[in-house]
Design a protein around this ligand. Sequence first.
Ligand code: NAP
Length: 461
Amino acid sequence: MSSIKTVNPATGKVDKEFDVMSDGQVEELVTKADQAFRTWKKTPFGQRAQLLHMVANILRERKSELARLFTTEMGKLPAEGELEIDVCAAIFDYYAMNGEDILADRQIHTDTGSAFITYEPIGVILSVQPWNFPFYQITRSAAPIIMGGNTILLKHASNVPQAAETMEQIFKTAGTPEGVYTNLFIPGEKASELVADPRIKGVSLTGSEPAGSSIASMAGKYIKRSTLELGGSDPFIVMPDADLDAAVKTACMGRLWNAGQVCISPKRIIVTEDKAEEFTAKAKALFEKIKVGDPLDPATQLGPLSSEKALQGVLEQVAKAVDQGAKLVLGGKRIDGPGAFMQPTIITGVEQGTDAYKEEIFGPVLVIYSVKDMEEAVRLANDTDFGLGGTVFGTDVKEAVKIARQIETGMIYINHVTSLAPQFPFGGVKHSGYGREHAEYGILEFMNPKLIRVTTPDAAY
Ligand code: NAP
């Protein structure tokens, strides 16, 4: 790869190009991040917090302009981009306000002398992020890393270089010392190689399973801390007592959020046999009315996928599902024109053992499964390698919570598809990864919880 490009997915045109950094440039930036760590780790919490608040304020001030950049760079609707910015600002503020308390020394009870845990930053953290939430993905990694006193090297996805560059500029404008937040324009494979550098003490990746596996094997080989936030194929279980119209609306609109390119998205709808036909008919009626088109038109409900490559991938998955026996209820085709637009799509009759049953579909595709009862619903929900999120939709919340407890994922939402907040831990199990972002978990991932044990010399032996 010689250059990193923004290709507007609504037009197919190259908007801007950036040079890939040379090994020498990367070396220089790693050195600066390592040097910056020595000072940053000693910088008082108050000063770190001030910086994060400043970043949050800049984000709020520039919200509409930044949201528009996301639209032209990866296709999301401006309203979705604006909400993303609000969440980012809230995360920066959350760590600014709570970081010091979370990282305060923790006393441990002991019968003799005393003991406590002190949290120390560990050094330069490499963060590798995907394009689907161009700023949120950076934020949930960068805010806790920087508040904790670590420094960060941020390698963003190669299709969102303007977002990557803009975030670095925002940090600079906020007064970030050189080396504390650094953008790297390098391809994915280079990021894996970089894990071997002894100055890099930890790595965090959000993305696909192959990328996660590559980073984690390097982290294993070189004995580094790591966290992985990978894909998901979230179940959306419709309980027998659910208000069907509300369930259809929540599932369908949730699935179309960000053109279906969300890790926690209702990718597998699970409905009992007696309601499946009605659910499918209502979902079809809703999807048929969706306005697909120019993401900058305020009336548009579904914009393009992030790239032509992403579109081709989803079209192939749908075609293969149909080849393997699934029923195409709606859509399944690209929309003619230069952009990466796809019809809202519904599939039913996906059988165990087929590709669509196992894979994550990262696009505007609703897969509806019909089951006998809630027991079978839970079995089907758990019959996947993924374990990220999921939804239980129903009126009896106690019953819904009982079902939620049986689902093997990191997060379950009752009557909702995503309920993001800085204080809610985010992450998965199984092939969806390990580690957590947000809340106290997010900041503790890259801290050293160091024990200091105090005894009198005569009591020591
Ligand atoms: P991807 O190809 O894995 O890309 C993600 C990031 O990893 C990019 O920065 C990419 O760089 C980099 N990368 C690619 N190959 C790599 C390698 N061998 N070593 C190190 N880094 C590498 O992911 P994607 O398909 O674009 O993104 C969508 C996936 O992310 C979906 O599966 C989605 O569910 C998942 N996701 C998960 C979460 C979560 O929180 N669990 C959130 C959002 C998205 P280049 O762009 O340069 O290749």
